[in-house]
Design a binder for this molecule. Sequence first.
Ligand code: AMP
Length: 183
Amino acid sequence: MYILILGAPGSGKGTQGNILAERLGLPKITTGDLIRTAMQDGTPFGVEAKKYYDDGKLVPDSVILSLIKDQLARPEAKQGAILDGFPRTAAQAELVDKTLAERGQRLNHILLLDVTEDELVRRMADRGRTDDTPAAIANRQNIYQRDTAPLIAHYTQRGIVHRVPGTGTVDQISEDIKRIIGR
Ligand code: AMP
């Protein structure tokens, strides 16, 4: 089963993704974590990504599509995975859809974590990542609305989008998700 956790930066994708991955025994693929590790390690990909990351801009598809492809091809992700932080653009969604379709698979559920903008900004101010400066946060929110939110319409047509109120406690939200997924 492939589940995509979608939501604006700060909506709690990482937290809920970890809980879900553990419960279902599926790997979680988190592009943001992969990028942060590559930046720390100073790999060529990490050096390239940093040019965009710190400003809160998306790493271009030309740089990130092959990473997504490699991650989906890993043996442990062959039967399912929790996708956290991607697809984030139309080109990434196309790659994910196509890669899974070639294996007779598909995205089964999209969980859309719904949190108000004020709450998002408050949560991110508490984290202290290098891309959590006010300017980068504003950029990331705008880019989410511009590039990522349109994917919701694309997947809604397939009837797989579930809205999850993201304002309760961590436990309440994970119970909601359990009910939606059915396990
Ligand atoms: P996140 O940890 O998901 O909030 O992502 C943090 C930053 O990593 C983003 O602002 C982008 O710079 C970069 N990033 C993470 N995932 C992607 C992706 N799928 N496509 C492009 N950039 C990404």
